[in-house]
Design a protein around this ligand. Sequence first.
Ligand code: SF4
Ligand code: MG
Length: 319
Amino acid sequence: AENILEVKHLKKYFKTARGTLHAVDDVSFTIEKGKTLGIVGESGCGKSTTGRAILRLLEPTDGQVIFNGQDITALSSSKMRQMRRDMQIIFQDPFSSLDPKKTVSQTIAEPIIENKILKDKKAIDARVRELMATVGLAERLVNAYPHELDGGRRQRIGIARALAMEPKFIVCDEPVSALDVSIQAQILNLLQELKEQMGLTFIFITHDLSVVNHFADEIAVMYLGQLIEKAPTEELFDHPVHPYTRALLSAIPIPEVGIERPERILLRGEISSPIDPPDECRFAKRCNYVCDQCHKSCPQLVEISEGHFVSCHLWENFK
Ligand code: SF4
Ligand code: MG
């Protein structure tokens, strides 16, 4: 299948008083059209920054983002604005991204009006109701305000706003992390249905591996601004290779019935600083297997079997 997105050597650095923060440091991956890539990692690993840099909501410091064959990092800001119709984002906390003074219909209509997708008031109104039905919001809520709604319904508004642009690709940044577990499943099911109906492609960012287990086709694990392992979901769960991935998997709280839980791997040490990091493995301070080589150079991402990428000097020992 064709790749809808190719991310090549993406970097996002921030200048700080203490030095240069390498929030995203040379990240490369591809996504096939119609697939969901889960990006997983602890807070501060650069997964949200990666999502924003791909959409150029944050300008990349370096690297390329090829969307549908076009390098969008080279586009002018007005061309990018057009392109962004195809590339939407759903945020973690729908409450803070919704205007409390706007009703549900006003909120969903806003991107339609701003982007001049429809002009006629009746047509906008009809489209808003259609979008509400698509995301499972009852019609009676059309004049409700965000504070009158629960988290799940607010997230449905966020999804409707993203869908209003008829996108091809959506970055979902922790879309269920702020929700109760029961509501999480509803929103995940909705996203899955929409993906199938509309042929959408997703990046699904989460700190919680158990959330993407059933939802993602592939999983990319990030650590300190770098992608350290990427594989089809089943392969990653069955044969994790990188010591960090294996520690993450061992920490998933609820094992599935019939699946033996690996022994919990505890990580020692502290996270290295993302400011002016030395040329060594970013995981060296916490790794149980660290050796001289790990301090001498930062391992490159290599494809160890079809579609399974790992960056660890000792990957052959962990296969
Ligand atoms: Fe551990 Fe070395 Fe592999 Fe880094 S390169 S994960 S320190 S074994
Ligand atoms: Mg985040």
